[in-house]
Design a protein around this ligand. Structure first.
Ligand SMILES: C[S@@+](CC[C@H](N)C(=O)[O-])C[C@H]1O[C@@H](n2cnc3c(N)ncnc32)[C@H](O)[C@@H]1O
Length: 178
């Protein structure tokens, strides 16, 4: 054990940039336009008692809009510490820090099972990668809204075009008995 700790220390001292490396985002930050955010929340029929998670939350605009307009609890998960700082500053400016929480995490490892609404603006392959967890961990009936990208062969219940953007909507199905 002592040898392992000494090795880790020497490694960190010898290769500081490697030791400090953090996991890179799977997709860069590109914000959803505010009118699209508003429509996503309307399509999901966000209302009292909802708990919203934005997976890959960027500057926090979706959780902040949900808290501000609907007074609900909202969470943002982002892997980039700069985005978390920015999102927290934006929540403060919007006066919703009591309702909104941002966590620096890999969305593929984050716990979001208490969500009643999940919002996404990722990439098609990331949506597909996420789908097994959405189906297995979210309560049936949980609403999912994705800006711009579909989710493989999971047919959306609703597709809305808005100013050149597409919004996809699904609800988590009942689990099949094993
Ligand atoms: C296209 S932006 C969308 C931002 C915001 N949801 C919106 O719609 O305005 C994607 C965000 O996902 C974050 N991201 C990428 N890979 C991630 C991962 N594995 N875990 C958590 N966040 C990630 C990026 O840092 C970026 O802020």
């Amino acid at each position: 054990m002592k040898f392992a700790s000494a090795f880790a220390f020497l490694f960190a001292v010898s290769f500081p940039s490697f030791a400090q490396q953090q996991q890179q985002p799977d997709v860069i930050f590109v914000p959803t336009p505010h009118d699209v955010v508003e429509r996503m929340l309307a399509i999901a029929k966000v209302g009292p008692g909802d708990i919203l998670y934005d997976l890959g939350s960027g500057d926090g605009r979706i959780p902040i809009a949900a808290a501000k307009k609907y007074g609900i609890r909202a969470y943002g998960i982002d892997i980039d510490p700069e985005r978390i700082k920015e999102a927290n500053a934006n929540a403060k400016k919007a006066g919703v820090t009591k309702l909104v929480t941002f966590k620096q995490q890999d969305l593929f490892k984050a716990d979001f099972k208490d969500a009643t609404v999940v919002t996404l603006y990722l990439l098609p392959d990331l949506n597909e990668k996420l789908r097994p967890r959405l189906w297995a961990e979210l309560k049936p009936g949980t609403r999912i809204v994705s800006h711009q990208f579909a989710m493989g062969n999971w047919k959306p219940e609703q597709t809305v075009d808005l100013n050149g953007r597409t919004i996809y909507f699904w609800t988590v199905p009942e689990r099949k008995p094993k």
